[in-house]
Design a protein around this ligand. Structure first.
Ligand code: SF4
Ligand code: SF4
Ligand code: FES
Length: 550
């Protein structure tokens, strides 16, 4: 028996390939088969889209209970209804489970039908798999091998269609490969509300196209590349960069806004090549926005900082971690708490923010100014939320965020020379309106950053940190869901994971240090009631809804 979904409260008995099973009433037959480990091959069906039934790949044999003259099912020797099988196959995607129904998903008739559908779908297909970017994750290729015939009987000339259509800013279309499933059309029309794709022309000459006055540029366009079952839609950013079977897949989360869409990071030999959405009903279903998806190239930007540096007069000198952290620690010891300001970032993980708070405590507690830079933005009422920071909730929970209320004090304090030592953690002070002239008034400016910017250029010490794909840790999204980042690639050359940097600094100042990130989380769980009894591994790949008031 399958566990009932939230909407299905009632169960029905159905016969699936000869076995009687119980499933929620109304469950789609493709999903029923999947739940019992069987595959009904399909192209146009997608669980999140309206059913259209146009590819015919999901054919099944279907039967209903034989009815007696009393309008009651005739029961067989086993006490189950006898089945009246329909003479013709039906499409599984448009069939829902009702009491007494029977299905055959792999009978000789169905195998023959699938062969026919595959042959039909491939009539005009260019068969250019060796140069197709979808190879390795193409359902046309996979189903052709598994369910198709050995050869095509089509001897006429294939219809030629456009092969490199610029469908929008981020997508290229190969019309010859399109199987006209219409998933892309339904997605952009029904999920995004941007009705800009459609089919034109007839029969074998039908092609997908974007409306001439409405290019396919919405912020969710790349989801169509994921759901296109073939190599018709490809991402300009990813196509021909890497064969998918070489990619290491790491489940993680997007850190480009407070939604925290679940992702899979595809990387190889230390380089991230793509991010794709990972299903999580409580967060992003199975979609993500294009901005978040493509916001990883900065990890390999030429401005990436890869070594700790110390400035002497106007020149920067590379050094080692031991040296830079000792110098930073002695600078911190040489100023009084009210002369120190820390601008942290709500782009940091819970573990990092917790350690920043420990650092503040070690340096003198609330006398040390500590705040984050809020990033309010417009929500699109789909996935992009009104908070551009991925972990504002964590920053709030650990007492690092004053919601930007202290930023004016920070600005004025830098201008007046009050703050003799400033730590800028993954934030550029010039974005707060601090002028270069005022930056130069700071006696010790310490930057933890991934990329060089106006603040790092004015800094006395530069600490190169780790990007979201290069570290482990957790964040809390806008809805209070605790989620986990996983490490896909190593930090470049001599950069260090941020928690280790704070940990070493706290130890140099005489505080407690931790031997692993798990230990940091253990301490968080022991001191923060909202995370009590949790651990990094307990968060799992789907996250945990927390119960706390931010
Ligand atoms: S481009 Fe892909 S998703 Fe769109 S109709 Fe063609 S095969 Fe389907
Ligand atoms: S909606 Fe937010 S979290 Fe989701 S992919 Fe876009 S930027 Fe990332
Ligand atoms: S998946 Fe059923 S007709 Fe396409």
């Amino acid at each position: 028996m399958i566990a009932p979904t939230e909407t299905a409260k009632e169960f029905v008995n159905i016969q699936l390939d000869g076995q009687w099973v119980q499933v929620p009433k109304g469950m789609n037959v493709i999903e029923v088969a999947k739940a019992f480990g069987k595959l009904i091959p399909h192209y146009c069906y997608h669980p999140k889209l309206q059913v259209v039934g146009n590819c015919r790949m999901c054919l099944i044999e279907m039967g209903t209970p034989k009815m007696g003259p009393d309008r009651k099912p005739i029961l067989g020797a086993d006490g189950r209804p006898e089945i009246a099988w329909m003479p013709r196959p039906q499409i599984g995607c448009a069939t829902n489970a009702t009491e007494g129904m029977a299905f055959r998903t792999d009978s000789p008739l169905i195998q023959e039908c699938r062969k026919g559908v595959m042959e039909f779908l491939l009539i005009n297909h260019p068969l250019d798999c060796p140069i197709c970017d979808q190879a390795g994750e193409c359902q046309l290729q996979e189903f052709s091998v598994e369910f198709g015939g050995e050869k095509s009987r089509f001897v006429e000339n294939k219809v030629k269609k456009p092969k490199r259509v610029d469908l929008g800013e981020r997508i290229v279309l190969d019309d010859e490969r399109c199987v006209l499933c219409s998933r892309c059309i339904r997605f952009t029309r029904d999920v995004v509300g941007d009705d800009c794709l459609g089919f034109v022309s007839r029969g074998s000459h039908t092609v997908l196209t974007a409306h001439p006055d409405k290019p396919f540029n919405n912020n969710y366009s790349l989801n169509t590349v994921d759901i296109c079952p073939v190599g018709a839609l490809t991402s300009k950013d990813f196509r021909f960069k890497m064969r998918v079977w070489f990619l290491k897949e790491t489940p993680s989360i997007c850190t480009s806004c407070g939604t925290g869409c679940n992702t899979v990071i595809g990387s190889r030999e230390g380089v991230v090549y793509r991010q794709t959405p990972r299903e999580n009903e409580a967060v992003n279903q199975c979609w993500m926005c294009d901005y978040g998806r493509l916001n990883f190239h900065y990890l390999n930007d030429e401005k990436r900082l890869t070594q700790p540096q110390v400035r002497v007069k106007q020149d920067f000198f590379p050094t080692d971690w031991d040296d830079v952290l000792s110098q930073v620690a002695s600078s911190l010891k040489n100023v009084s708490p009210n002369e120190i300001a820390i601008l942290a970032s709500a782009r940091m993980t819970n573990e990092e923010l917790f350690l920043v708070k420990q650092l503040q405590k070690q340096l003198g507690g609330d006398a040390v100014l500590l705040d984050i830079l809020p990033r309010p933005q417009k929500t699109d009422h789909l996935l992009v939320c009104d908070d551009g920071n991925p972990n504002s909730q964590g920053a709030q929970l650990f007492g690092v965020s004053q919601k930007g209320k202290k930023l004016e004090t920070l600005r004025q304090g830098i201008a007046s020379g009050k703050y003799r030592l400033v730590l800028a953690l993954h934030e550029d002070l010039t974005k707060l309106g601090v002028s270069s002239e005022n930056l130069s008034k700071i006696e010790s400016l310490i930057s933890l950053s991934l990329l060089s910017n106006a603040t790092t250029e004015a800094s006395h010490f530069i600490l190169p940190g780790a990007g979201f794909a290069e570290k482990r840790g957790s964040m809390i999204n806008v809805k209070g869901r605790l989620q986990r980042l996983n490490k896909a690639t190593a930090t470049p050359v001599d950069a260090k994971e941020d928690w280790e940097i704070f940990n070493s600094l706290i130890a140099r100042l005489g505080g407690n240090s931790f031997s692993s990130i798990e230990e940091v989380f253990k301490e968080i769980a022991a001191t923060c009631p909202a995370l009590a009894n949790l651990s990094l591994s307990k968060i799992g790949d789907q996250g945990i809804a927390l119960n706390f008031n931010s």
